[in-house]
Design a protein around this ligand. Structure first.
Ligand code: FNR
Length: 184
């Protein structure tokens, strides 16, 4: 059975290498028994507790999309050894109102691409800390730190290196197994 995964891309840049990575994962997903659909964050307002009594519709739609998915993949850039503010804001929106955290119990997995050699490793550790606090069971292994050299993944998601394509497909297969384990 196809596993329905929601994908959050932590960059709103028009030339994002993490969006290219998302596009690659969408292309590879069927071979891993996965259907990958983006849950966009670009239109979310900055979270404030003023929302809690009357959550904005765009934020409620975002929360429902997370809740409706079998699992969530977060594709994060690394900004200053952490996650970009737009992504942290999206996670804060998802986590509230208090007691209604859309990530609670929702299986998740993290991946990211950077031109730096450690491939978003530090940002992913920060992200794992937030997901852990959420009570979201995270895929521990394999870790996925993508060192994005020029031309490795085209903007429309073609992976030009066979070993990288195989690694990403295997990673998606592990994500699907992780989600199935936690959905039982
Ligand atoms: C970066 N970049 C970066 N890269 C990295 O490997 N570690 C880091 O800590 C940072 N910090 C950082 C801060 C800020 C404010 C910017 C704008 C950039 C470089 C970053 O990885 C690169 O811009 C990527 O292309 C960002 O991902 P997207 O938006 O292309 O997906």
């Amino acid at each position: 059975m196809t596993v329905k995964i929601g994908a959050i891309v932590g960059s709103i840049s028009s030339t994002s290498i993490n969006r290219a990575l998302f596009n690659a994962l969408v292309t590879l997903a069927p071979s891993a028994g996965v259907e990958l659909t983006e849950i966009p964050i670009k239109e979310l307002p900055f979270y404030t507790s003023d929302f809690d009594g009357d959550y904005p519709e765009v934020a409620t739609d975002f929360k429902h999309a997370i809740e409706d998915a079998d699992g969530i993949v977060i594709i994060t850039p690394e900004y200053n050894r952490s996650v970009p503010g737009v992504l942290k804001n999206a996670l804060d929106v998802a986590s509230r109102p208090w007691g209604q955290n859309s990530f609670a119990g929702k299986p998740s997995a993290v991946i990211g691409a950077s031109a730096g050699q450690i491939g978003t490793a530090v940002a992913q550790q920060h992200l794992r800390s937030v997901l852990s606090f959420f009570g979201s069971p995270e895929l521990a292994q394999p870790e996925a730190y993508i060192w994005s050299k020029p031309g490795l993944i085209t903007a429309d998601g073609e992976v030009t290196d066979e070993a990288t394509a195989r690694f990403l497909t295997d990673w998606l297969t592990a994500v699907a197994a992780h989600v199935n384990r936690h959905s039982a």
